[in-house]
Design a protein around this ligand. Structure first.
Ligand SMILES: NS(=O)(=O)c1ccc(CCCCO)cc1
Ligand SMILES: [Zn+2]
Length: 254
C-alpha cells in the first residue's frame, strides 16, 4: 500500500484540503476522466436511446447519519439489493450505499458540477455500487463499478422548502428529495475527492431541488474539527471542475 493509502488508513489526512496537491498521493487525480466537470448545452449530445432511470428505495435501509468532518453523510444497508437504482445509462441494478452533500460558504456557490456557468448552492450525491462485483471496494476499481445520482440544491428565500420536515432517519426514503422531472445528463467520471478513482457513471438531474436558507445554514453549521478542538466550519467541500478532454456528455432530454 502506498504511504498515502497507509496515511489515509491511519486517518492522517495529508493536506487533502488542497485539491491541486491530491495528484502527489493519487496520480489518477490528473487523469482523463476526472469529476466534476462543466456541463455546457452547446457540447451536450441528446441521446434518444437513453432510458428513464428508476429508484426503488426501502426507507428501512437507512442506518445512520453522520458528520465525518468532510461532509454530512447518511449510510444505508447495502448487504443485498434492498435500495436500488436502475435504468438510465446503467446496465443493471446498482445498490444505494450512502448519500452526502457538497456546499459553499454562501448561496452563490457550493455545487461541484457547473451548468452553463451556473454554480448552485450545493449538490446532493447518492452513491450506488454494481453488485456484479463481490463488494464495494472491488466495485471502486471498475469502470462500471459505481453510479452517482447528483441533484443540485437551489436556495429559495421565500418558498417553504420541500424537505423541511426532520425525517427520522430510521425511516428515511431519499427519493422524497428528487425533483419532479427525472431529465438528466450522464457522463463517465471519478470520485470528486481522493482516491479520485475513475469508476463513476454520473447521472446529473437537470432540475435542482429547492432548499431554504436555514437548511443551508444547518449544513454550514457543521464543523470539520473534532469535539474537543476549536470550531472550524465545514464549508466549501467541493472540488473545482476538471478538464473534460474527449468525453461526451449525453442528455436524456431535448
Ligand atoms: N463526491 S463523490 O460522490 O464523488 C464521492 C463519494 C464517496 C467517496 C468516498 C469513498 C471513496 C472510495 O471508497 C468520495 C467521493
Ligand atoms: Zn460527492
Amino acid at each position: 500500500a502506498s504511504t498515502a493509502s497507509l496515511a489515509n488508513h491511519l486517518g492522517i489526512s495529508h493536506n487533502v484540503s488542497r485539491p491541486d496537491q491530491w495528484h502527489k498521493y493519487y496520480p489518477i487525480a490528473k487523469g482523463r476522466h476526472q469529476s466534476p466537470i462543466e456541463i455546457n448545452n452547446k457540447e451536450v449530445h441528446y441521446d434518444r436511446s437513453l432510458l428513464p432511470w428508476f429508484a426503488s428505495y426501502d426507507p428501512g435501509a437507512a442506518k445512520t447519519i453522520l458528520n465525518n468532518g468532510k461532509t454530512c453523510r447518511v449510510v444505508f444497508d447495502d448487504s443485498f439489493d434492498r435500495s436500488v437504482l436502475r435504468g438510465g445509462p446503467l446496465p443493471g441494478v446498482y445498490r444505494l450505499r450512502q448519500l452526502h452533500f457538497h456546499w459553499g460558504s454562501s448561496d452563490d456557490h457550493g455545487s461541484e458540477h457547473v451548468v452553463n456557468g451556473v454554480r448552485y448552492a450545493g449538490e446532493l450525491h447518492l452513491l450506488h455500487w454494481n453488485p456484479k462485483y463481490s463488494n464495494y471496494l472491488d466495485a471502486v476499481r471498475r469502470a462500471d463499478g459505481i453510479a452517482v445520482l447528483a441533484i443540485f440544491l437551489q436556495v429559495s428565500r421565500s418558498m417553504k422548502c420541500l424537505f423541511g420536515k426532520e425525517a427520522p432517519f430510521p425511516n428515511f426514503d431519499p427519493s422524497i428529495l428528487f425533483p419532479k422531472s427525472h431529465d438528466y445528463w450522464t457522463y463517465h467520471g471519478s470520485f470528486t475527492t481522493p482516491p479520485c478513482e475513475e469508476c463513476i457513471t454520473w447521472i446529473i438531474l437537470r432540475d435542482p431541488i429547492i432548499v431554504s436558507s436555514d437548511q443551508m445554514a444547518k449544513l454550514r453549521s457543521l464543523s470539520k474539527n473534532a469535539e474537543n478542538e476549536p470550531n472550524l466550519p465545514l464549508v466549501d467541500n467541493w472540488r473545482p471542475t476538471q478538464p473534460r478532454y474527449f468525453r461526451m456528455v449525453s442528455a436524456s432530454f431535448l
